[in-house]
Design a protein around this ligand. Structure first.
Ligand SMILES: NC(=O)c1ccc[n+]([C@@H]2O[C@H](COP(=O)([O-])OP(=O)(O)OC[C@H]3O[C@@H](n4cnc5c(N)ncnc54)[C@H](OP(=O)(O)O)[C@@H]3O)[C@@H](O)[C@H]2O)c1
Length: 430
């Protein structure tokens, strides 16, 4: 335990969107937070890259530094709060702080998804704590809920709408915008970064699901083991068909564990039944739905991004840490990861699907297409055919549950075997 009696001195890395809000709260509410923590919680040093960059708060003289040593190696710092982002040097900084016997708090989903278990293990050996509530779901208390409040349960399912950018973009597409128009609007409204690739291609949601599934199922789920599809293939017309069929369209992060302990984890666009608990979310609103054997169903919802909601989680972690230092709890229980996790390959996942196909408008096309479904043993649940102008017809099919392998084979076979039929959309249904 590094904190000297009665105080916890914070060294922060990064003073951007989140860092500014954390610093503002620590500086303006020091007395109140210290009272809640049971010891003096003070911001002692802030590492940044560019000392001339204008900051949204005025920081006291001498607080800013450009030298990592002053945060990571100074024995006067008890806890390092990493709010810089990116994989490196953030990961090495966290490791160095832990090796130096400092507790760490981070909002970095990328580092926690890829390297969290190693950092947690190292921290266990060094007898310090790693807090990362802000890495998933901004201000929504998710990690503490999984770690503490749901710990009595065997969790069977986690479903989440967890990426604000895609949530906003899909919301605009439902109103008829193209993907490109919707992304531009998201950028103008502050919901998307200048380079939104990580969000649109679902890397961000994969990192968050990897963290939640690892903590929730107590077994390490690596980002590269999660099946990932972004929203590039979604077309505004799919929203019209979805609504006609009684669904809405979301990017869903889904993880489940079956009775044999096999885990499936995937992030892709889905059709959710209208009125679904996760359906009615707009913009930065995120929600996570969890099923546990004792608790039943739990829904956690709130602002999944933004400086202030995220600072709420970071500062809460700090106060929680300060309380455990105050009580002289030498080591909080480490998160245990079971080693016998079996990941279910996507081919074996059972799901329903939606196909939107464009056919040459002549006899025999429809039966040629339906035959492929039959040959793959997949039952059609519903269909819509629209008259189109010219010499093509649009045909939408929903299926009953089948293996994902069979559903994807149908898509590939139609494209390969029927030159006059094109599958324009293939989406799963939850
Ligand atoms: N923004 C959100 O809504 C949100 C929500 C949840 C989680 N997070 C996570 O919170 C973290 C911070 O995000 P943010 O939006 O606050 O980022 P940001 O606005 O880009 O700020 C990053 C800050 O880190 C500093 N920094 C970057 N690399 C550094 C380095 N090598 N050495 C020293 N300082 C460095 C920058 O310094 P300069 O100012 O000098 O350039 C800047 O102050 C990320 O891990 C992000 O994923 C963000």
């Amino acid at each position: 335990m590094t904190s000297s009696a009665g105080r916890l001195r914070v060294g922060m890395i990064g003073l951007g969107t989140v860092g500014v809000q954390v610093a503002a709260r620590l500086l303006s509410r020091r007395a109140e937070l210290s009272r809640r923590a049971g010891l003096d919680l003070s911001l002692a040093r802030v590492l940044v890259r560019d000392p001339r960059r204008p900051r949204a708060i005025s920081v006291p003289e001498g607080l800013l530094t450009l030298d990592p040593v002053e945060v990571l190696d100074d024995p006067a710092i008890d806890v390092v709060v990493e709010l810089a982002g990116g994989e490196e040097p953030a990961r090495s900084y966290l490791e160095r702080a832990i090796r130096n016997g400092k507790h760490v708090v981070t909002a970095n989903k990328l580092v926690m998804a890829k390297h969290g278990p190693e950092l947690l293990e190292l921290a266990g050996r060094q007898n310090v704590d790693v807090y990362f509530e802000a890495a998933v779901g901004g201000g929504i208390p998710l990690i503490s809920t999984f770690k503490v409040d749901l710990v009595a349960n065997d969790l069977s399912r986690i479903m989440a709408v967890i990426n604000g950018t895609t949530n906003f973009v899909l919301g605009q597409m439902a109103r008829g915008r193209t993907l490109t128009e919707a992304v531009k609007e998201a950028q103008a409204a502050g919901f998307a970064e200048a380079d939104p690739t990580d969000d649109l291609e679902a890397h961000d949601a994969v990192y968050k699901l990897a963290i939640m599934a690892s903590i929730g199922f107590g077994a390490r789920v690596r980002p590269e083991e999660i099946h990932r599809e972004g929203i590039a293939q979604v077309d505004p017309v799919d929203f019209r068909y979805a609504s006609e069929l009684g669904y809405e369209l979301k990017l869903l992060a889904y993880a489940a564990r079956d009775e044999q302990g096999r885990v499936e984890a995937r992030v892709h666009p889905v059709l959710l039944p209208l009125g679904h608990l996760l359906g009615n979310l707009e913009g930065a609103a995120n929600a996570v739905y969890v099923e546990g054997d004792l608790v039943g169903q739990v829904l956690l919802q709130g602002e999944g991004a933004g400086g202030r909601p995220t600072a709420s989680s970071v500062v809460a972690d700090l106060v929680d840490l300060a309380r455990s230092c105050h009580r002289q709890v030498q080591q909080r229980p480490a998160i245990e990861f079971s080693s016998n996790l079996v990941m279910l390959p996507m081919d074996l996942v059972q799901t329903r699907a939606y196909f939107r196909c464009v056919l040459a408008d002549r006899p025999g096309m429809l039966s040629a297409m339906v035959k492929v479904f039959g040959e793959e043993g997949v039952n059609i649940a519903g269909a819509i055919q629209k008259e189109t102008e010219g010499d093509t017809a649009e045909f939408v099919v929903t299926t009953h549950t089948a293996s994902d392998a069979a559903l994807r084979r149908i898509r590939e076979r139609i494209s390969a075997e029927e030159p006059d039929i094109a599958v324009h959309s293939f989406l799963r249904i939850v």
